[in-house]
Design a protein around this ligand. Structure first.
Ligand SMILES: Cc1cc2nc3c(=O)[nH]c(=O)nc-3n(C[C@H](O)[C@H](O)[C@H](O)COP(=O)(O)OP(=O)(O)OC[C@H]3O[C@@H](n4cnc5c(N)ncnc54)[C@H](O)[C@@H]3O)c2cc1C
Length: 510
């Protein structure tokens, strides 16, 4: 069987999702094919920041920073359930690369580039104010600092929300569908051979856009389409997940022994500590033990006496556009679009934050030159107004959830939270009660509405329970019950071992 489309997008990270949505908004017939789970690669392993990129000012990337803060403002409105403002503290320490004057100047510029978009301007902080905001920070040498505002996101769910919008516009979405090969047809269209074990039909498209992230060069090579130079200069970032330290502000700190920074971020009830821009080779997998030790040693240096230990870790590979002769820190975060052959293009680089603008810039590929309709368009789940949020919370009360679950559902599903009522009822009919009934509803919703095909998909990228100390294991009895009642096509025992296999390399021994 063969299906034909105007555009085929290969790769279901944020860039593929955004381009599929943009072309669907332009009325094109679009298919998106993803080898694994949506947002299962870099787009689910980012540092979760929707940010202008303060440090890119040092490279005079003013255009990129301006575009990023504009997109940050757009996302704070259009994905207001998944993207929230987050205050950052920038303490000035003996290890800091910049003094008070130049940091203040940079922050003024950062504010000016964001003007007039409603984010609070930066503020100077005294030593005692910093100590109050960051309990446990090392006091020696701490002079003063600054507070400024960026934003934090749920990266995997934001990608799912963009895909959900694309689906509502008629886009065909194919998770777990690996593209094995590409060939140009005599009429100039492209034939995509897909993994036949997963999909019954091949796909033909007039235009193909590769959004393969870190796999771009490897896939082009495999398909015999590589050019002289690679398209990527990939870099790696590792994050440790700690139980909540009780800090409510993110912190930027100097990485000892280098001119880079690392950050501490309060995220979904846990604390993330992360770094980016280490060199990467394809042989490397999950976080290396030396990265774990290195990051933990920085924590001990800047937060001496911090009793918390990480329980999990994750890594991501940044598909930076190839920048010969430049270090990974100064390589531009701009995206690059490359024509590989007529009708076949690759998109690499960029930041998560600017996904919509990047997709907008690709519109000539599918012949659109009118004004894009994606800016300002609410993503599924976003609240239209503060009153809409209050009203949704009121409707949710009728489901009689415990307050903590209701708050989590509002944050996760936004105005769509009340639509889980049917799943809640079905979970109850399967014999689940109390917290298990709520988890059961989340699993059923993830499978039926959010393309989840395994428990790992559910707890890693839909509910984020894999990033809590229990690592999502409390879902195991729930899926056993649902599977037993015939509500899930899963073998619960296989799911249990798959979850353990996923957890093991990402656990940090305490
Ligand atoms: C550690 C780290 C931290 C970061 N932090 C931030 C941040 O805080 N803020 C920010 O704005 N940006 C951040 N970024 C950058 C941002 O996350 C990436 O630029 C973005 O997620 C890349 O998305 P992508 O769609 O290009 O790639 P990916 O998300 O990797 O998607 C590529 C997809 O292609 C699929 N694929 C590969 N081969 C095939 C095939 N043959 N058939 C079908 N599918 C295939 C893969 O399965 C994958 O899902 C960070 C990056 C890293 C690495």
């Amino acid at each position: 069987m063969m299906e034909s489309f105007d555009l085929a997008v290969i790769g279901g990270g944020i860039l593929g999702a955004a381009c599929a949505r943009e072309a669907s908004l332009d009325g094109r017939s679009v298919v998106l094919l993803e080898a694994g789970d949506f947002a299962g690669a870099t787009s689910g392993s980012s540092s979760k920041l929707v940010h202008g990129g303060l440090r890119y000012l040092e490279q005079f990337e003013w255009g990129l920073v301006r575009e990023s803060v504009r997109e940050r403002a757009d996302l704070l409105r259009t994905a207001n359930h998944l993207v929230q403002p987050l205050d950052f503290v920038l303490p000035l320490l003996p290890e800091s690369r910049h003094g008070s004057l130049s940091t203040n100047w940079g922050l003024h510029l950062y504010d000016a580039l964001a003007w007039p978009r409603g984010i609070r301007p930066h503020l100077p902080l005294s030593q005692s104010e910093i100590e109050a905001l960051l309990p446990g920070i090392r006091p020696d040498g701490l002079r003063s600092g600054f507070r400024y505002t960026d934003a934090v996101m749920d990266d995997a769910r934001l990608c799912l929300a963009v895909l959900s919008d694309a689906r509502s516009l008629g886009c065909a979405l194919r998770p777990r569908t690996r593209v094995e090969g590409l060939s140009m047809q005599p009429d100039g269209s492209w034939l995509l051979q897909v993994d036949r074990s997963r999909s019954a039909s091949n796909v033909r498209a007039r235009t193909v856009l590769l959004c393969l992230g870190p796999w771009t060069d490897a896939m082009l090579q495999r398909w015999g389409l590589q050019g002289e130079d690679p398209l990527l200069s990939p870099s790696r970032g590792d994050h440790l997940v700690y139980p909540d330290w009780g800090i409510r502000h993110a912190v930027l700190l100097p990485e000892p022994g280098s001119d880079r920074i690392f950050f501490v971020i309060p995220w979904k009830g846990q604390t993330l500590v992360g770094t980016t821009e280490d060199p990467w080779s394809p042989a490397e997998g999950t976080p290396l033990p030396r990265s774990v030790d290195r990051i933990q040693s920085w924590v001990e240096r800047f937060f001496p006496g911090n009793p918390h230990r990480p329980f999990a870790a994750f890594s991501g590979v940044r598909p930076l556009a190839h920048a010969p002769g430049k270090s990974l820190q100064v390589a531009s975060r701009r995206h690059r679009r490359q024509e590989i052959r007529p009708g076949l293009h690759a998109l690499v680089g960029g930041k998560y934050t600017t996904f919509r603008a990047i997709a907008e810039s690709c519109r000539p590929l599918w012949g659109s030159d009118s004004v894009s309709r994606s800016a300002g368009r609410l993503l599924p789940g976003a609240f239209e107004s503060p009153e809409h949020r209050v009203e949704t919370a009121r409707v949710l009360e009728t489901l009689r959830l415990p307050p903590e679950s209701a708050a989590r559902w509002l944050e996760r599903y936004g105005c769509l939270a009340p639509t889980l009522e049917d799943s809640l009822r079905e979970a109850g009919d399967c014999g689940l009660q109390g917290p298990g009934r709520i988890q059961g509803a989340e699993v059923l919703h993830a499978v039926r509405q959010e393309w989840a095909t395994s428990l790992v998909d559910v707890v890693v990228r839909r509910t984020l329970d894999a990033w809590r100390p229990d690592r999502g294991r409390s879902f195991l009895p729930v899926i056993r019950t649902l599977a037993h009642s015939g509500s899930l096509p899963w073998n619960a025992d296989a799911e249990e071992s798959a979850l353990e296999e996923w957890i093991l390399p990402r656990s940090v021994p305490r």
